[in-house]
Design a protein around this ligand. Structure first.
Ligand SMILES: NC(=O)c1ccc[n+]([C@@H]2O[C@H](COP(=O)([O-])OP(=O)(O)OC[C@H]3O[C@@H](n4cnc5c(N)ncnc54)[C@H](OP(=O)(O)O)[C@@H]3O)[C@@H](O)[C@H]2O)c1
Length: 246
């Protein structure tokens, strides 16, 4: 254990590909030690090799956010390696499968989206909190989406501007937003800053690569929220252009 290390220690969930990989790359480029949280050993190790080849101090963290034992083991791994955690990026997410109009959605689809996108974040955050509390400037970044904005979803002029009709994925991000506000409320007297980021519509496996931004562009907001100064915001919802309305 090396809890005296000056090097910032981060963990990114779902970092084997897409936006999560680019978040890990961006944090690695800052000279941070970055845990690549991923459930597939093959994909995790491939990501670690790529990140190391780019100069990042990356290490693999076996992690399925829906599995208690996996998450507990991930916390033990980070503790044994670094003794603490400075930054947690809860990036792992799923849509749950399509179609998902509310009148047709399979309850299993809605349950899966909530299990990963909300309960998974709670499970990982609470497992990592003891390690985050040992940091001088802990940060938690929850990757949400502007599709979780009720203000944008209920825009009377253009409700489809905030994405397709969704009875599972979009509401799961609204739920995540609500949970994050409650974390910020409970943690308001600590030095932990917890915020939500929206990456914009990025071309990844999540949307069949229909997004118009690159995963690297999507990672930028997470990197900004991961590197907030001590007097930075908490309990907020941000995209590149500023605050996202609830
Ligand atoms: N792409 C967009 O336009 C967009 C827009 C708004 C918000 N977001 C959010 O950004 C985040 C990243 O999305 P992305 O577009 O990069 O999607 P992606 O390419 O599909 O990557 C999703 C990542 O989450 C991981 N994951 C899913 N379930 C997991 C579980 N149970 N345990 C551990 N990891 C799990 C995936 O691992 P596997 O490879 O093992 O499946 C993968 O690494 C998500 O939270 C998403 O909701 C994306």
């Amino acid at each position: 254990m090396n809890d005296m290390s000056e090097q910032t220690i981060a963990l990114v969930t779902g970092a084997n590909k897409g936006i999560g990989y680019e978040i890990a790359a961006g944090l690695g480029a800052l000279g941070w030690s970055v845990g690549v949280g991923a459930r597939s050993e093959e994909q995790r190790e491939a990501a670690v090799v790529r990140l190391r080849a780019a100069g990042a101090d990356a290490f693999g963290v076996p992690l399925d956010v829906t599995d208690d034992a996996s998450v507990a083991a991930a916390a033990r791994l980070v503790e044994e390696r670094a003794g603490r955690l400075d930054v947690l990026v809860n990036n792992a997410g799923i849509t749950g499968g399509m179609p998902q109009e509310p009148t047709r959605v399979d309850p299993a689809t809605a349950r899966a989206a909530v299990e990963t996108n909300v309960i998974g974040v709670i499970r990982v955050t609470n497992a990592m909190l003891p390690l985050l509390r040992r940091s001088a400037s802990p940060r938690i970044v929850n990757m949400s989406s502007s599709v979780g904005s009720l203000t944008r979803q209920s825009d009377k002029d253009d409700p489809l501007k905030a994405g397709p009709i969704s009875g599972a994925y979009a509401p799961s991000k609204t739920f995540l937003n609500a949970v994050t506000v409650q974390y910020a409320k409970e943690l308001r007297d600590t030095n932990i800053l917890i915020n939500l980021g929206c990456p914009g519509y990025c071309a990844t496996d999540l949307n069949g690569h229909r997004g118009v931004r690159t995963p690297e562009q999507g990672a930028a907001i997470a990197i900004r929220l991961a590197t907030l100064p001590d007097d930075g915001p908490t309990g907020g919802f941000f995209e590149d252009d500023g605050v996202v309305p609830w």
